[in-house]
Design a protein around this ligand. Structure first.
Ligand code: AMP
Length: 197
């Protein structure tokens, strides 16, 4: 069982690294942003509730987001553990996740903090905007998302830091180097890669 979070500003590469790390440790990578975008694309009720919020780069309500995560973590594939990307996004969501895990007698093993200088995140986001055409990658929305990260999300690292579970990783470098850095830092904490990976 391996239960991980990956936290970093937009453009830190946490989505890409999250998928790689989840694979290495044999757990599903669960991105709340991906869940919401899929719901919008499929035109589900959840999608219609969150579409405008995502497009503005604002946060979906804590209640709704935490309910979506609880449901996802209750699916069979998450019995072996999980890697959450993009959740919790603020201290209230940390409390919701704590309650949920406590109810199951579980706790997080590590929180991966991917650090990238602000200029570098902005440059990467602008590139992604050109390549993928995400509607929330316009300059104005990017600025809003980064401001929300600094104001609401960065403080969760203080909460997890006090528990001694934050693993800080320098997010500048090649994709492979960063993946290797994360894996060795997690192994140094006694977490084992899955035999299957
Ligand atoms: P992301 O791909 O993680 O940047 O998420 C894209 C968008 O989905 C965010 O800008 C928010 O609008 C929404 N979102 C994703 N995760 C959360 C969350 N944990 N809490 C609230 N909103 C979220």
């Amino acid at each position: 069982m391996t239960r991980l979070l990956i936290v970093g500003p937009q453009g830190s590469g946490k989505g890409t690294q999250g998928v790689r790390i989840a694979e290495a440790f044999g757990v599903p990578a669960i991105s709340t942003g991906d869940v919401f975008r899929a719901a919008v694309a499929e035109g589900t009720e959840l999608g219609s509730q969150v579409k405008a919020i995502i497009e503005a780069g604002d946060l979906v309500s804590d209640e709704l987001t935490s309910a979506v995560v609880r449901e996802r973590l209750s699916q069979d594939d998450a019995e072996v553990g999980f890697l959450l990307d993009g959740y919790p996004r603020n201290v209230t969501q940390v409390m919701h996740l704590d309650e949920f895990l406590e109810g199951r007698g579980e706790e997080l093993d590590a929180v991966i903090e991917l650090s990238v200088p602000r200029d570098e995140s902005i440059a990467r986001l602008s590139l992604r905007a050109q390549e993928q055409g995400r509607t929330d990658d316009t300059e104005e929305v990017i600025a809003n998302r980064l401001a929300i990260y600094e104001r609401e999300t960065a403080p969760i690292l203080g909460v997890y830091g006090a528990r001694g579970i934050v693993v800080q990783i320098d997010g500048v470098g090649s994709l492979d180097d960063i993946t290797a850095r994360i894996i060795s830092a997690l192994e140094a904490r006694g977490l084992n890669r899955s035999a299957a990976a």
